[in-house]
Design a protein. Structure first.
Length: 206
């Protein structure tokens, strides 16, 4: 039993350590939770994507990615540019008038589910840290557990499922706070700083 539980616990803790960080993906999930818009599909996309990436890393995709660094470089350029654009959009929303902010909150609630899903996919798969952390690092640590590598993978996948569910649900509970336009302004300001900063770092590191 310990042969399964110990690697699974290690995977759970390692997965939590790598996933729980302020980044574009987590910010977006939190935003959707706060707005109470398409929370379930966005959480599902992020969690399922992590499960696929973790499984791929444990199965050996990490070695393939490390052998082709141009893939990570391309992801840095594309992902960095995309995140910067999202950050600029958030900055624009932050600088709008009080009435415009209220109107924007209403417009967001009618946004297409497919737009939300597409954004979640882009923020996940165009993020080079996904390949460095989830695929390479997680894959290497999992394989160090020998026969327990798949137990480790299960633990890491559970960490992702739990985290994104809590993030989306936590956003829903914060929704009453955002009945005030100033709260939206603060949230968009934080989003703008995080997204533009991380996007610049990604492009610069490429």
């Amino acid at each position: 039993m310990n042969a399964f539980l110990l690697p699974a616990l290690a995977g759970l803790l390692t997965g939590a350590g790598l996933i729980i960080a302020i980044g574009p993906q987590n910010i977006f999930v939190l935003q959707q939770g706060v707005r109470r818009v398409h929370v379930a599909p966005v959480v599902a996309v992020c969690a399922i994507s992590d499960v696929v990436l973790i499984t791929a890393g444990v199965a050996g995709l990490g070695a393939l990615v490390s052998a082709h660094p141009s893939v990570v470089t391309a992801a840095k350029y594309l992902g960095g540019a995309y995140v910067i654009v999202l950050g600029l959009m958030a900055a624009r929303r932050c600088l709008r008038s009080r009435e415009a902010i209220v109107d924007n909150a209403g417009e967001v609630t009618t946004a297409s589910r497919w737009v939300a899903i597409g954004t979640a996919l882009a923020l996940t798969w165009l993020n080079p840290h996904v390949y460095l952390d989830t695929v390479l690092t997680m894959g290497a640590i999992a394989n160090s557990h020998g026969n327990g590598k798949w137990a480790f993978a299960i633990g890491a996948c559970c960490a992702s499922l739990i985290w994104f569910s809590l993030l989306g649900g936590g956003g829903r509970r914060m929704a009453p706070i955002f009945a005030k336009p100033v709260a939206w302004r603060i949230l968009d300001a934080v989003v703008a700083v995080v997204m533009i900063g991380m996007g610049a770092v990604l492009v610069g590191s490429a």
